[in-house]
Design a protein around this ligand. Structure first.
Ligand code: SF4
Length: 339
C-alpha cells in the first residue's frame, strides 16, 4: 500500500475533476459539499450545491436562514436532518468559534452532523491535518489492493483500514484522501467492473495481479427493508390542496399530503371525508428509503369545505415555499397535471 501513495497523488493531480467546491479549499464549501455527497452522486449534487452557495454564501448566512427556506433548498436531496444539522452547526460556529470554521479535528468532529468521515475530509483537505476519511470507495480500493476477502461494511475492518492508512499519510493528506476516493469513483468501480487497465496502481494491486479484481470485495447480502403501506389523501378545496407537517417517525417535521397507514377502500374514504363532492382513485407509488419501503396508494378528493387541521396552499406555493419530500413528489406531479 505504501508504494501506492505517490502514485495516487500524482494520478489525482493529473486527473482530478473540476468541481465547484474544489476552488481554494474553503472549509465552508468543502463542508457543504461533503454533507450533500453523503447519500447522493456527484453529478446530482452539483446543481444543488451551486444553488445553495448562491443563496447561502457563508456560515453567518446559514446560521440565520429560516428553516423552511433551508429545507426548500434541500428539497430533492433527501435525509433532511442533514440540512437541519448544517444550520445547527453554523449557529455553534457563530457562537463558539466567532464565525470562523474550526481548524482542529476534535472541534470539527464536535459539530452536529459531522462524523469521522466528514471531519477527516475537512481537516485534511482544508487544514492539511493528517486525518483519514474512509468511505465505501476507500474501503473498496484498499481491499482490492490488499486482495482481502473481508466484509467491507464491517466496522472493525473499517477501523483497520483507518489505522493502516494513517500510518502512510503523506504531507499532503488532502490530495491523498481525495485521490483514493476519486480513483474509487472513476476507475476502481464497484460491482465487479473496475477499469484496471487504466489504473495507476495495477502493478501493485494484489487483487488485479491475482485475477480477483472482479470478485473482490465479495458481495454481502443486503438487509431486507421494512415494508409499510400508506393511503395518501389528495384533498382539494377551491383550488387549494391540503398539506400538514409530519409529527413523528421518518420525515418528521417535513410537509406531506394527509395520509393514513394501511390501504383503505373507496367506501372507507367516503366515510373519512363525508363532505366530498368528488372522489376518485389516484396514482400509486413505491418509495424506497435506505431501510424502508413505502407502498403508497392515493385518492383524489374534492371537498365542499375546509378542514381546519390542515394548511391549505396553492400548487404554486408548494413549488416555491414548501419542501415536499421525494416520497410525496409523484402525488404533487399528479395534482399539477390534473390542474
Ligand atoms: S488495479 Fe483494478 S482493482 Fe486494483 S486498484 Fe486499480 S482498478 Fe482497482
Amino acid at each position: 500500500m505504501k508504494n501506492c501513495v505517490e502514485l495516487i497523488i500524482n494520478w489525482y493531480k493529473n486527473n482530478k475533476r473540476c468541481l465547484p467546491w474544489r476552488d481554494g479549499c474553503n472549509p465552508y464549501y468543502v463542508w457543504i459539499s461533503e454533507v450533500m455527497l453523503q447519500q447522493t452522486r456527484i453529478e446530482s449534487v452539483i446543481p444543488y450545491y451551486n444553488r445553495f452557495i448562491h443563496k447561502i454564501p457563508n456560515i453567518k448566512a446559514l446560521s440565520l436562514i429560516d428553516e423552511d427556506d433551508l429545507l426548500k433548498l434541500w428539497e430533492g436531496l433527501g435525509y433532511y436532518s442533514r440540512a437541519r444539522n448544517l444550520k445547527k452547526a453554523a449557529c455553534i460556529i457563530m457562537e463558539r468559534f466567532n464565525g470562523v470554521f474550526p481548524s482542529n479535528y476534535e472541534d470539527i468532529l464536535s459539530l452536529p452532523g459531522i462524523g469521522e468521515y466528514t471531519a477527516g475530509a475537512i481537516a485534511s483537505i482544508c487544514f492539511s491535518l493528517k486525518e483519514v476519511c474512509i468511505d465505501g470507495n476507500v474501503m473498496r480500493v484498499f481491499t482490492r489492493i490488499m486482495n482481502y476477502d473481508w466484509d467491507i461494511s464491517d466496522k472493525n475492518n473499517k477501523k483497520t483500514v483507518s489505522l493502516e492508512l494513517k500510518k502512510i499519510l503523506p504531507e499532503n493528506p488532502g490530495d491523498f484522501n481525495q485521490g483514493i476516493m476519486e480513483l474509487g469513483e472513476t476507475i476502481c468501480l464497484p460491482n465487479g467492473i473496475p477499469k484496471c487497465k487504466e489504473c495507476p496502481l495495477k502493478f501493485y494491486c494484489l487483487a488485479f495481479l491475482n485475477g480477483n479484481s472482479s470478485i473482490i470485495p465479495r458481495k454481502i447480502k443486503a438487509k431486507s427493508k421494512i415494508e409499510e403501506e400508506y393511503t395518501i389523501f389528495l384533498l382539494k378545496y377551491k383550488g387549494r390542496v391540503a398539506i400538514r407537517k409530519r409529527e413523528n417517525g421518518l420525515l418528521k417535521n417535513m410537509w406531506e399530503f394527509p395520509n393514513k397507514q394501511g390501504f383503505i377502500t373507496y367506501e372507507q374514504v367516503l366515510k373519512e371525508y363525508p363532505n366530498n363532492q368528488f372522489v376518485e382513485l389516484g396514482i400509486t407509488h413505491t418509495h424506497i428509503f435506505s431501510h424502508k419501503k413505502w407502498f403508497m396508494n392515493s385518492y383524489y378528493i374534492e371537498l365542499t369545505n375546509y378542514i381546519d387541521s390542515f394548511v391549505w396552499v396553492s400548487l404554486d406555493e408548494i413549488d416555491s415555499i414548501y419542501a415536499l419530500p421525494g416520497a410525496f413528489q409523484p402525488f404533487f406531479k399528479y395534482l399539477k397535471e390534473k390542474k
